[in-house]
Design a protein around this ligand. Structure first.
Ligand code: GAP
Length: 457
């Protein structure tokens, strides 16, 4: 399994999907850059989410809130007080760890995903770095990145990079509800960067300090919240399956009571069977009750209620929150799509081919045009075919190396269709379209190419 992660990480770097940030300076742990193919795939994930959560629904609207919000937001939300992880330091090598990541520790409740620890030295956890068995007592380490607004670096100017996008939706609830003239139930969705000063980032793009979230706050009448929670759990699980994640690699898990975030009445995680852990959180779907609206009302002095005209009642809506990570979703899609297969060669032998069997909507490049060779007559024809497809889909043109090698290059980045222009094309005005997974080839007229691809993409 570790080999699988190594293979995926190596492929991601070699093909410009994701690679370490600032590498010429030795990299910066937990910071990764998305290259030309990675940025396309990441955008496809976000587009698929936005399409399903906003575009295809008439009860959800979008938002792009500021990353740096008033520091009062984090006081009200509870993040300043409880958004912490238990930090311990090895007394021998002085390396620092998240206590709940060391076997034998169990930490108190915090507002952070996956916390389930309180101190239990009985089992004598040992330092993963040097093996020593003595640590400092756990101390709560706040995960928010702190900086200063303006030129004076003092406490009165302290601000924070948001650790979740969700608070934008809570503080803007009344403005958006009135501007968009929405009745309950309705949701506000946002995709954007969040920042957490994780003690132990790692596992490639699984746990980062700078990452992207796709979150939606769905405001409902109290009393209908549990039903809506079930609804969103089903919807969100289905989203991953519809985009190609194998069902056996997904599961739903209810948070234990002591694991629940400070704002949550019930949280269910969608988990994926990542190669480096048994099961890892992909997305959390929480019933946040009216906690956040009430807290912001208390701290801001502004009323954050909803007037139900039919019932002639004013109340604080309850909130159901599906909260997903873009980077984690990308890692799950990559892991699930990665295959190494025996494939037949043109000469009748077999060879290994590496394949990313990505859903067509997620594939970074949908169509690549390949002239059989760099022959003077073929290249302009192939360029014309490329000009036909590129306005319709993210496409590529590749004329370097043997045709077999070029097919393999496209397979390993998940391109669903390759279009080959050969010498017969010049006579019969036909091209060969090869499908990635079946490797089946169809010969068809250039005039029908866009229609043929449209049916399949
Ligand atoms: N607003 C609720 C919230 O932020 P969360 O479970 O802490 O809940 C939601 O985060 C999702 O964001 C997670 O399921 C995960 O996909 C992603 N996420 C959280 N912390 C992350 C990190 N350090 N690196 C990458 N993704 C992260």
């Amino acid at each position: 399994m570790a080999d699988l992660m190594e293979a995926i990480t190596a492929l991601a770097k070699r093909r410009g999907i994701v690679f370490p940030s600032s590498e010429i300076y030795g990299g910066l742990r937990s910071s990764w850059d998305y290259g030309p193919l990675g940025v396309e795939m990441k955008r496809n994930i976000k587009d698929a989410w936005w399409r399903s959560m906003v575009q295809l629904r008439d009860d959800v609207v979008g938002l792009d809130a500021a990353i740096i919000m008033s520091p009062k937001v984090w006081e009200a939300s509870g993040h300043l007080e409880v958004f912490t992880d238990p930090l311990v330091e090895c007394l021998n090598c002085h390396q620092r760890f998240r206590a709940d990541h060391l076997p034998g520790f169990h930490a108190p409740q915090s507002g952070h995903e996956e916390d389930e620890t309180t101190l239990d030295m009985g089992h004598g956890p040992s330092c993963p770095n040097c093996g020593h068995r003595e640590f400092t007592d756990p101390r709560n380490f706040n995960l928010m990145f702190k900086t200063h607004m303006g030129p004076v670096e003092d406490e009165t100017n302290a601000v924070y990079l948001r650790p979740e996008t969700a608070q934008g939706m809570f503080v803007d609830f009344v403005t958006i509800q009135q501007a968009a003239r929405r009745k309950l139930p309705f949701g506000i969705a946002q995709i954007g960067k969040s920042f957490r000063n994780e003690i132990t980032p790692g596992n490639f793009i699984y746990r980062l300090r700078e990452f992207e979230q796709m979150e939606m706050e769905f405001f409902v009448e109290p009393g209908t919240d549990e039903e809506w929670h079930e609804y969103w759990i089903g919807e969100r699980r289905r989203w991953y399956v519809d985009l190609g994640i194998r069902e056996e690699n997904l599961r739903l898990r209810d948070h234990e009571r002591e694991e629940l975030s400070h704002y949550s009445k019930r949280t269910v995680d969608v988990e994926y069977r990542f190669p480096f852990t048994d099961w890892g959180e992909l997305e959390g779907i929480a019933n946040r009750t009216d906690y956040d609206l009430r807290k912001h009302e208390e701290f801001s002095g502004q009323e954050l209620t909803y007037f139900d005209q039919e019932k002639e009642e004013r109340y604080h809506p309850y909130v159901i929150e599906p909260a997903a990570g873009v980077d984690r979703a990308m890692l799950a899609f990559l892991c699930d799509a990665y295959r190494v297969e025996e494939a037949r060669t043109a000469s009748g032998g077999t060879e290994k081919r590496t394949l990313l069997a990505l859903h067509k909507d997620l594939a970074p490049i949908k169509v690549t045009v390949l002239p059989l060779s760099r022959n003077e007559a073929l290249v302009p024809e192939a360029r014309r075919v490329f000009d036909l497809v590129k306005p319709c889909w993210m496409s590529d043109y590749d004329d370097a190396g043997s045709i077999g090698r070029r097919y393999r290059r496209q397979d390993e980045v998940g391109t669903p269709f390759c279009v080959t222009v050969d010498f017969d094309t010049l006579e019969d005005r036909q091209v060969t379209v090869r499908e990635r997974d079946s490797m089946q080839q169809d010969r068809l007229p250039i005039d029908g190419l866009v229609g043929y691809l449209q049916e399949r993409l």
